[in-house]
Design a protein around this ligand. Structure first.
Ligand code: NOJ
Length: 743
């Protein structure tokens, strides 16, 4: 190779390195020498400062341990701040760091930008119900652009915890119960947040959380203990974290729970063996809020200092809000409980990302007051929020085509505690969103009908309590109207962190209100707003129509009105099973058969005496204003080898009178395994739009890798044998074909 070629290659290396998947540098990382040069100037205290993350006194979600965080910035005792935002405020904090601290290392600013910064999109569980990965990616990219313009570098998202228990309030923040859907949604969010790079100051670092298995808290009670087999962990709970890391997520947050007796924050098996060694993660690991300190309560350490030692030695790089590294790490090093090399590695992991963000080149890159004004809550972002909100709505029931409502009705009654409400519609974890910016359902209906019909409102009852004094006025209004829309559900703060419920029915007397309205005989549409699957057996069996709208965010009212009046044909599908009652929990579609599967003719089979085994609505459920038919399932080969790809085909027809989209789902059952296998597992889906009367042949590809699992000896592989493949519009899909993986 001649001199010039070598020179070109040398110049290209840093560029090529920046193009490798995020968080995954290989040898010769372009930032190495720059990180080295900063490290060489740092004192031990400053290094520990880089490993310390403190909250500002804004949006605090736990104990505030440090009042004087500005002093800490100046003294180099904290390298990162969260819950501080807006370009102006963060510029000032950044100024202190880069002008007044000795080492002049720029701060990293983090925040929970979970489903939007100021323009609020549907809660993540709702977005997952769209099964529309492009829409989910778009929502994350809008959130990133608004956050980045407002001085933020880092979002504490995506949350990818698999959740099989709707009592757990944090199901609203994830993608539900399925590892396949959860993995794809997690990847889409990482792409949306991080994009291709940070040059334009419109992307933020993602943080995959909560590692690991936080969603399996016993009894659905937040922060509770988790215990499970390694097989369940690896087959069901870990795949979405792994997928997000593979997609290049730069940071990972530990979870509050213990796993097999070891809190996740001190769990070397999770943080080092799996995350770094098996998955090759190269970013940094941050704890959840004071989760180091909480180990004293878990009871695996005697005090904070020991907790800090266990966590850094397990693989934690940054302490969120606990001030444990800040208070004790130096002593731990002096005592030889933690090596300086371990500290250096953590600091390198953190500084590297400050270089990746470009903060050493321009510490204010993300704090652009002009761009903030232009981007945050822009018309374009509102349009995106409306699009995603409409896609997230699930039509649960529609007897006698109650929906869509005709635009020529003379009058509608809009009833319920959520009918004229704005503030709840942004849902929990709504960043810098302001509930008062939301379009209420009433407003949305008024916008839609624009004076062409009489739109009247009665609240009927509150969310909670036993007061039924508003029922009479609501029922009267219903009687005088052509149709009734009743918006019931939860308050935003009834889901999210520290918001578990043991009773997941509609709170208060809301169900009684619905019953009273249905008793009028008028067409009643129940609009549910909630952060989790609810138990609504009466409504599911008696209300003429039911729409699940989650908390749809800023554009909620407009999105729901579009669906109510047929301007948008709903296509959402449930990402989580809806139980009939709490006694069925945990209930999820990918369960196993047991040795005594239910048989109505045999008492000694697996069942309850008082409720069927089946859910109210299965995973994947969702109706449309049109109907779809599935026929002609086939395969290009029914016997295949480990190297083959099998193509499964099916014909989907839109058999109704309206255009519409269907989420076509493919499930697999492995008939015999070295360990027992789930009855169904989602292995593919396609969201397909078909004009009324149109037909389309769809093809799904399957390889042996799609059929792999952790076998009896814990190797991950597909076992030869028969597999039933099902395709349909929900997890009860009936079209099936049997294929065989040859020895
Ligand atoms: C605690 C929550 O568990 C976590 O999800 C969040 O990112 C942090 N608090 C910071 O607000």
């Amino acid at each position: 190779m001649n001199y010039w070629k070598i020179l070109v290659l040398i110049l290209l290396v840093p560029f090529l390195m920046q193009c490798t998947p995020a968080g995954k540098p290989t040898a010769g990382d372009p930032y190495d020498h720059r990180v080295d040069s900063v490290m060489a100037t740092m004192t031990l205290e400053e290094k520990i400062g880089q490993m310390t993350l403190f909250t500002s006194d804004w949006d605090v979600t736990g104990p505030t341990l440090r009042e004087n965080y500005k002093e800490d910035i100046k003294a180099g005792r904290t390298g990162a701040i969260f819950n501080a935002h807006t370009a102006a405020y963060n510029r000032e904090l950044q100024r202190i760091a880069v002008e007044e601290s000795r080492a002049k290392i720029p701060l990293l600013f983090g925040y929970d930008v979970i489903h939007g910064y100021k323009t609020i999109f549907p809660i993540p569980l709702g977005e997952a119900a769209s099964w529309d990965l492009a829409a989910i990616e778009l929502a994350a990219s809008v959130a990133a652009a608004e956050a980045a313009a407002s001085g933020l570098h880092w979002t504490f998202a995506p949350m990818v915890d698999i959740a099989r228990d709707p009592r757990w309030g944090r199901v609203m923040e994830g993608s539900g119960e399925d590892p396949y859907l959860g993995s794809l949604v997690g990847r889409a969010r990482v792409r949306g947040f991080q994009g291709e790079g940070f040059e334009n100051g419109d992307k933020v670092l993602a943080c995959v959380k909560h590692f690991a298995a936080y969603g399996a808290a016993a009894g659905g009670r937040d922060y509770n203990t988790v215990d499970m087999s390694d097989r369940l962990l690896r087959d069901i709970y870990l795949p979405p974290y792994k997928a997000a890391v593979e997609e290049g997520a730069y940071t990972v947050m530990t979870s509050f729970n213990e796993l097999d007796g070891v809190p996740a924050t001190a769990n070397r098996y999770l943080l080092t063996d799996i995350l770094r060694e098996e998955w090759g993660f190269k970013g940094f690991v941050v704890t959840d809020y004071t989760s180091i300190n909480e180990m004293v309560f878990h009871g695996n350490v005697a005090d904070d200092k020991e907790a800090g030692e266990q966590s850094i030695n397990a693989g934690v790089d940054m302490d969120m809000q606990g001030a444990v590294f800040y208070n004790h790490l130096k002593k731990s090093i002096e005592e030889g409980k933690v090596s300086e090399a371990q500290v250096d590695q953590a600091v390198r992991n953190i500084l590297r990302l400050k270089f990746v963000l470009g903060l050493f080149d321009d510490p204010y890159r993300f704090m652009d007051i002009e761009r903030e004004k232009r981007v945050v809550f822009s018309k374009e972002n509102q349009d995106a929020a409306l699009d995603v909100a409409r896609k997230s709505i699930v039509l649960l029931r529609n007897e006698n085509q109650t929906l869509p409502l005709s635009k020529t009705l003379r009058s509608v009654a809009v009833i319920g505690p959520l009918a004229d409400n704005k503030v709840e519609l942004i849902g929990a974890w709504s960043g810098a969103g302001n509930g008062n910016d939301c379009i209420s359902l009433l407003q949305g209906i008024q916008n839609k009908t624009a004076g062409s019909m009489q739109v009247r409102h009665a609240m009927g009852c509150d969310f909670e309590g036993t007061d039924q004094s508003g029922f009479a006025a609501a029922v009267n209004l219903a009687r005088q109207s052509d149709a009734v829309i009743v918006a019931v559900g939860e308050k935003a703060q009834m889901s999210g962190e520290a918001a578990s419920r043991s009773d997941i029915t509609l709170p208060g007397v809301q169900e009684e209100l619905v019953k009273a309205l249905v008793a009028t005989g008028k067409p009643v549409v129940v609009v549910l707003m909630n952060g989790r699957p609810l138990a609504i057996p009466w409504i599911a069996e008696n209300a003429p129509a039911v729409l699940e709208t989650w908390f749809l965010g800023t554009q909620a009212g407009n999105a729901i009105a579009d669906v109510l009046f047929g301007d948008y044909n709903p296509s959402g599908k449930l990402p989580m099973t809806f139980p009939r009652n709490e006694g069925q929990i945990p209930i999820f579609y990918n369960n196993k058969n047991t040795g005594r599967p239910f048989d109505a003719a045999n008492k000694y089979t697996s069942k309850y005496l008082d409720v069927p085994n089946t859910p109210q609505y299965p995973f994947g459920w969702g109706l449309s204003y049109t109907s779809f038919a599935y026929e002609g399932i086939g395969a290009d080969k029914t016997e295949f080898s480990a190297q083959d790809t099998v193509r499964i085909r099916i014909t989907l027809s839109n058999t109704g009178a309206r255009d519409g989209a269907e989420v076509v789902q493919l499930y697999v059952r492995d008939l015999v395994g070295s360990v027992t296998r789930p009855l169904r597992e989602l292995k593919g889906f396609q969201k397909v739009f078909l004009a009324a009367g149109a037909k389309q042949e769809l093809t799904f590809k399957l390889t042996a890798n799609d059929l792999a699992f952790h076998t009896r000896d814990m190797t991950f592989r597909a076992e030869p044998g028969y597999f039933d493949v099902f395709i349909g519009g929900n997890s009860d899909a009936t079209q099936s074909i049997r294929i065989q993986l040859a020895e």
